[in-house]
Design a protein around this ligand. Structure first.
Ligand SMILES: C[S@@+](CC[C@H](N)C(=O)[O-])C[C@H]1O[C@@H](n2cnc3c(N)ncnc32)[C@H](O)[C@@H]1O
Length: 434
């Protein structure tokens, strides 16, 4: 594709995203490229690269355009993104006008706006703090509460591209052997500092087409997510419930900790997500998992009340800890979404809690960095359910620096992982089960 055609495709992709504001940007991009198979790999990376850069600067670009009383159109966003990268007005005008597939020449008002922005910096000292930090206004106080003085540094780390972490399947091999197997395919991974099972690659790499992946020797899983499975401390002798198991990321890690013995019930309300786990379980050689689709009026949970040694609630959450991977989510999350999630998380916790055996353990986890979904949710649960208390995890899989923790909050800035939270709770032994 010519530079103009790539530029036009970027504007088209932004337009498609604008038309589906509630849909995650990567899902829109996937269908956009699926419908345009003629766009090859290199062009696709260039088009997405420009669009993702625009998304990372959305509020700041919008602020500059608002100062000009301009409408926030995909054309102007794309043009202004280039001007702040130092591309000249002449070059931008050429990108719009030259060649068969160009987006169409800049109008006079568009030219005036671009000319006005030339020589300015993307970050302006007059911008409100939420704009500078690329946050919706309502989220700023909540993140100030979480991070205090470290807010800017923490958010900067959440804007960086993520590493690609793998979990080695210890049912099949060792971390060193998996490292060698990946190296034979040209992928050089380093051991992760915290998870005993993790390997880290720099940025996006074609892991899924390698034999170690196809043979179930490695799975893609952020180190933070591995540590959530680790804190549960499941053993081959335990009966485990993974209450929000989804496509099985943590189920797989738990099954490995249990050496493929004992029993895991993996539940979810989404049939599609549970189905997504089937292939992964098979690939990893895991066979101690029973899946169950939770449905209204279902007797399954009632029959198993008070019967699990360990229960994991990997709750549906705002996903604010994964902003490195989904820069658009940063602006898509609304106060209403959060309010609904808070209610749902409390309900799920209460339901899952009834399934914990007296003396058994419950881990509540999210990939959120908001106190409302994390510590506040745990505090409210403890106030409602006095038969539970926070306890130190006895898991041998946790690294030295985290041994015996009752709760942890991980962030990209402090730990190099996605943002994750986990709390370990115990049901007192003398509780009478319902
Ligand atoms: C954070 S995701 C789970 C990710 C998964 N544990 C993993 O590691 O791959 C949260 C999951 O909660 C599920 N969920 C939503 N509402 C639920 C409910 N009421 N009961 C159980 N699961 C629910 C969602 O379908 C989603 O799969």
């Amino acid at each position: 594709m010519t530079p103009s055609a790539r530029f036009a495709a970027s504007i088209d992709l932004l337009t498609a995203m604008e038309a589906a504001p509630r849909k995650p940007a990567d899902a829109v991009a996937n269908s956009f490229f699926r419908e345009r198979r003629y766009i090859g790999g290199g062009d696709r990376r260039a088009v997405s690269g420009l669009v993702w850069d625009i998304m990372r600067a959305w509020r700041r670009l919008g602020w500059h355009l608002e100062q000009q009383k301009a409408v926030l159109s995909p054309r102007l966003l794309a043009a202004s993104s280039l001007i702040f990268k130092g591309v000249s007005t002449q070059e931008i005008a050429a990108l719009f006008a030259e060649g068969r597939f160009a987006p169409g020449a800049l109008t006079r008002p568009e030219q005036d706006i671009i000319k006005f922005l030339e020589g300015k910096t993307l970050l302006d000292e007059n911008m409100p703090q939420a704009v500078k930090l690329e946050l919706p206004d309502w989220l700023l106080p909540k993140l100030e509460e979480t991070f205090g003085d470290a807010l800017e540094e923490e958010l900067a780390a959440l804007s960086e591209p993520a590493t690609l972490d793998l979990r080695v399947n210890m049912l099949r091999t060792t971390r060193a052997e998996a490292q060698k197997a990946l190296a034979r395919e040209g992928l050089h991974a380093a051991a992760t500092p915290l998870s005993p099972w993790g390997l880290r690659l720099n940025g996006r790499q074609p892991v899924t087409s390698t034999s170690p992946f196809k043979e179930g020797i490695v799975e893609i899983q952020d180190e933070g997510s591995q540590l959530v499975a680790a804190i549960l401390g499941a053993t081959p002798q335990t009966r485990v419930l993974d209450y929000c198991a989804g496509a099985g990321g943590k189920t797989l890690a738990i099954a490995m900790m249990m050496e493929n013995k004992g029993h895991i019930a993996a539940c979810d309300v989404s049939e599609k997500r549970l189905e997504g786990a089937v292939k992964r379980l098979r690939r990893a050689g895991v066979h101690n998992v029973e899946q169950h689709l939770l449905q209204a009026g279902d007797k399954w949970a009632k029959r198993r009340s008070g019967s699990f040694d360990r229960v994991l609630v990997d709750a549906p959450c705002s996903g604010t800890g994964t902003w490195r991977r989904n820069p658009d989510a940063r602006l898509r999350t609304t106060q209403q979404d959060l309010d609904e999630l808070l209610v749902k998380q409390a309900e799920i916790l209460d339901r899952a809690a009834s399934l914990v055996k007296p003396g058994g353990k419950l881990v509540y986890a999210t990939c959120s960095i908001l106190n409302a979904e994390n510590t506040h949710q745990v505090e409210a649960f403890l106030a409602r359910r006095p038969e539970f208390k926070l306890v130190a995890s006895d898991s041998p899989a946790l690294p030295e620096s985290m041994k015996g923790v009752k709760m942890f909050s991980l962030t990209p800035k402090q730990n190099g992982t996605d943002g994750f939270f986990a709390a370990m709770l115990e049901r007192t032994a003398e509780t009478v089960t319902a």
